[in-house]
Design a protein around this ligand. Structure first.
Ligand SMILES: [Zn+2]
Length: 677
């Protein structure tokens, strides 16, 4: 499975200003606070009004006659526009990903397709460009936002001759539409694999009870994570695992491969219009890495570190398979659909670990309270459950406050409101099938608007496995980055940072799912749950290490594939994958097409997938500042202030160095790969 995804739904990549809010004397009525619940019909009407209104705002800004929030300088005007557009587009993107009914999802997609071109329109305006250029910034945040806007103008082609500028706009509009369609095809997927009762042997009674069965008693295995993951880890029948694994690999199908091929070709064409040899060179100049060469070198060093570890782990799996089947080790091949299953067998044998049994330790509701407790302790905040309309009855809403100034024991006292978080945690038909944080509205200190984020995940409703607990923490890491933002401008709010830095807070937060000092706090939220003792936690950590080689080898493959697709001449998505996966130790399975569901490469991680490991280098290094005391509020508050609050208003290099008090080191990351950490 792919690594947990992050923030930023399709919209953010349009270059459309970030987020939310409500100003407005033209167009439609102001949006209600919280989440605007709009059905399919209301959405269509509202969408046209919105477009009209933002065109008026743009025209006023071009005339230099301010904006509808009153007079201000050009950065303030951009901020008002951003709050207006994001305040509508972000919730619509949530509806597109997670509305329970198909007509609303479809109306949301149609609306986004209609609105997205506006994002490029803004940054092709020569008059606005001139106003931003002329603006004299007088402090660091203004300078940073001015610079960001200038980069947006440059990337939208404002300086190109008219014909090329028009072509760039057409390309960006088409890319946005392709991304929406790609994701939609995955969300709407309803594939099931029909299996006879004997083919699901080995799975837990809970898993079987949660599946739909046909009239003949066959199981209809769906491909959402709570169904797919445990099946692949526990089903004894290799052929059944092969069938389910193959269906999973082929999600998206040829249709999505065609969309990806088209996107890769368009990106390449666009880069060349700007005079870059390829898309990776064009996009990476805006990232920490800076160039495809730097990414290439990074990936080479990852490869060097992981090779031996992966080989050793595969040997273990081969021996395990021999043991189970009675065959000789040499004669046996470990297949891709064996990996998760054999890994669990080894873990069971060596560490007495059964991921399904572990769910009893982490009931989902208690896990959510636990994660909030960790954040409350570290950052001095409080979560308060509120009744607020969401997009589905499954959705919960929490407001986030500062802790009361008097601190300490006060039962319900809290300080100022900071923001809010929606939780939509469980699978539903037609819903976004991965795990991500979506914006609902961005924060802007300038206007006093509080940020609101939405976690959209596909967790098991009864209890979490250790890796699902990591996913929950990962996504909370993104959400808190957004909610704790103190950036002045919405476009720099929270997770609006360089793409290869955005995973730092989320990768880092995963650690709290692994360490005794945080896990011991779990008992507070589930007194009746069995509790993990020190030894079990150590065994879990050891078991996790056991898969590091295979896990990082896979991450390396994804990142290398992504870089290959976007370097040099445009390549065929499937053929390139077949070639690269074919060269891996486990090989390529004829007839499978993983890229058809590789949503990252269509939603902002293109030429950026390496960012997961790049961010992890920094995240693991930054953990050293805690000196093993993961719930130390002093370090937590310092982390909040230096790393989370600035959002995109400070260069990431500067943030990292200030927090560490030194230059970063990649030692902890390589120790993680080789199991020495
Ligand atoms: Zn993430």
């Amino acid at each position: 499975m792919q690594r947990t995804v992050s923030t930023v739904a399709a919209l953010a990549m349009a270059g459309a200003p970030g987020s939310a809010g409500a100003t407005g004397n033209g167009g439609g009525p102001p949006l209600p606070p919280g989440f605007p619940v709009l059905g399919a019909h209301a959405l269509a009407v509202r969408c046209d009004q919105e477009l009209e209104h933002r065109r008026q705002m743009l025209a006023a800004m071009e005339r230099g006659s301010g904006h509808d929030a009153g007079p201000g300088h050009i950065l303030q005007e951009f901020n008002a526009l951003s709050l207006r557009t994001g305040g509508f587009d972000d919730p619509v993107a949530v509806l597109q990903a997670a509305a329970p009914d198909a007509p609303t999802r479809a109306a949301a997609r149609t609306c986004l397709e209609k609105l997205m071109p506006f994002g490029t329109e803004i940054f092709q305006s020569a008059r606005l460009h001139a106003r931003v250029q002329a603006y004299q910034a007088d402090d660091a945040q203004d300078r940073s936002y001015r610079q960001q806007l200038l980069e947006n103008f440059e990337d939208a082609g404002v300086a190109l001759p008219p014909e090329q500028r028009a072509r760039v706009k057409a390309i960006q509009d088409e890319l946005n539409a392709l991304a929406l369609r790609f994701q939609n095809n995955l969300n709407e997927l309803a594939t099931t694999v029909r299996l006879a009762p004997e083919q699901v042997e080995g799975t837990s009674p809970d898993w079987r009870a949660a599946r739909t069965r046909d009239a003949d008693g066959n199981y209809l295995v769906t491909l959402d994570y709570p169904s797919y993951g445990p099946f692949m880890e526990s089903a004894l029948d290799g052929d059944a695992r092969r069938a389910v694994w193959t269906a999973f690999q082929n999600r998206g199908g040829q249709v999505n491969l065609d969309l990806m091929d088209r996107a890769v070709a368009l990106r390449s064409e666009m880069a060349q219009i700007y005079g870059f040899p390829d898309y990776a060179s064009y996009i990476l100049r805006r990232r920490m890495a800076g160039s495809p060469q730097a990414v290439s070198e990074f990936l080479l060093s990852v490869r060097a570190a992981v090779t031996e570890v992966e080989e050793r782990e595969l040997e273990d799996l081969r021996a395990e398979k021999a043991l189970l089947t009675g065959g000789s080790t040499e004669a046996l091949r470990v297949e891709r659909w064996d990996v998760a299953f054999l890994q669990q067998q080894v873990k069971r044998r060596r560490y007495d670990i059964d991921p399904d049994a572990l769910r009893a330790y982490f009931p989902t509701e208690a896990a959510v309270r636990f994660v909030m407790h960790v954040a409350e302790t570290l950052y001095g905040i409080r979560f308060v459950r509120q009744d607020a309309p969401g997009w589905s009855p499954d959705v919960q809403y929490y407001e986030v406050f500062e802790q009361a100034a008097s601190g300490g024991g006060g039962a319900s006292g809290h300080g100022a409101l900071i923001g809010g978080i929606f939780l939509d945690l469980f699978p539903r038909p037609g819903k976004y099938s991965h795990a991500a944080v979506f914006g609902v509205r961005s924060g802007s200190v300038l206007t006093g608007q509080h940020p609101i984020k939405a976690l959209i995940c596909n967790l098991d409703a009864k209890g979490l496995s250790p890796s699902e607990l990591e996913t929950l923490l990962h996504e909370f890491g993104h959400a808190l980055h957004g909610v704790l933002s103190k950036a002045r401008y919405a476009d720099q709010s929270g997770t609006a940072v360089r793409r290869d830095f955005v995973e730092v807070p989320s990768m880092m937060f995963e650690e709290w799912a692994r360490r005794p000092e945080s896990l011991h706090a779990f008992a507070q939220f589930c007194p009746q749950c069995p509790a993990l003792d020190e030894q079990q936690i150590a065994q879990l950590a050891a078991a996790r290490n056991l898969g590091a080689g295979i896990r990082y080898a896979r991450q390396w493959l994804y990142a290398s594939y992504d870089l290959a697709l976007h370097t040099g001449a445009p390549k065929d998505a499937l053929a390139t994958w077949e070639q690269l996966e074919g060269a891996s130790r486990l090989g390529h399975v004829e007839g499978t097409m993983m890229p058809a569901s590789f949503g990252h490469l269509m939603s902002g991680y293109e030429a950026g997938y390496y960012g997961y490991m790049w961010s992890e280098v920094l995240a693991l290094d930054m953990l050293s500042v805690f000196h093993g005391r993961l719930l130390d509020p002093a370090v937590g508050r310092r982390y909040r202030r230096i790393v989370l609050e600035p959002g995109g208003s400070r260069p990431p290099e500067e943030i990292v160095e200030e927090f560490l008090g030194r230059k970063p080191s990649s030692e902890a990351f390589y120790d993680e790969i080789t199991g020495k950490r």
